[in-house]
Design a protein around this ligand. Sequence first.
Ligand code: F6P
Length: 367
Amino acid sequence: MPLIVRNASTLTQFLIEQRRRHPEASGDFNALILDVSRACKAIAKTVAYGALTDMLGKQPAARSAGQVNVQGEVQQQLDVLSNEVFISMNERGGCLAGMASEEMEAPYPIAAPHARGKYLLVFDPLDGSSNIDVNVSVGSIFSVLRAPALVREGATLTEADFLQAGTQQVAAGYALYGPSTMLVLTVGTGVHGFTLDPVMGEFMLTHPAMRVPEDTQEFAINASNARFWEAPVKRYVDECLAGRTGVRGKDFNMRWIASMVAEAHRILMRGGVFMYPRDTKDASKPGRLRLLYEANPVGWIMEQAGGRASTGRENVLQVQPSGLHQRIGLVFGSKNEVERIERYHAEPQRVADSHTPLFAERSLFRD
Ligand code: F6P
């Protein structure tokens, strides 16, 4: 039995309340979000069984799903399973025309006997899955778009139908499988967090109207990539590291979980800035994270919570996608910090700066 049962709205009640603002709505949208939440509950349950599922570990060949996904990354069995859960829980509701996922190269059309609906669902079914075997929080990320009219009427679903800028999203969210399971959602009316009551199996509204503080003294970046960063990122991190004796005049803290959903959640709860910027590590990859099912949903959540998400050069939500699995440099979190990083990208590059050791005359980072 749970120790405390909070008296809060369920996700269903919250969605019904939202729908009252749209008397013309058919109810499909609410049904879709509930289907997505059901997929997240099923994945949460599986993940919570940990090693008991016999699907964890360093993937010895016998246990590995044996495939690489479209990113060229080895698929964990739980990646594949979570993808199947998302598909099976969302294909029969009649709300979707198609789906696209990190784990599938091509879009997944909704076909007979299932009815075709007016939305598209894009998702990363298990983000941060390399953390699974060490029992660190992972999550699912999703974004809902409108299907083009012809597709709704039965035209063949193509990759192009998904290539919509983040500003076109009608819902975005993530589920975090941590000590507690949470669903964090925006439908364009702020960001709301729901905690899963594991006994009742209901997502309960525990964090209404989440806000990202505008300022922060905490940043997150994989510092092992430092030698590949572009100058504005080097400058920003160096100034944070210089702390109160540097130009920022205050000390910063650093965190890196290597699970973007978990980092996004920390930033929503207490502020911070996350960076996986474009770098020079691999010329074929202009960034690490995927635009359609990672950067865009997290970006809209940040914006709806008063934060900001950027490529460093522009608002990430305004980028016109060119591919289903396109990667992009991403910076998100507390607004004033993200804007500062954008300013650094916009300013003429500094070759030497005696105040910042990383850029000094004999610096490792000097061009
Ligand atoms: O899907 C990408 C991801 O797993 C994110 O969740 C995470 O932020 C990042 O990759 C971790 O990257 P790295 O392995 O470079 O630390």
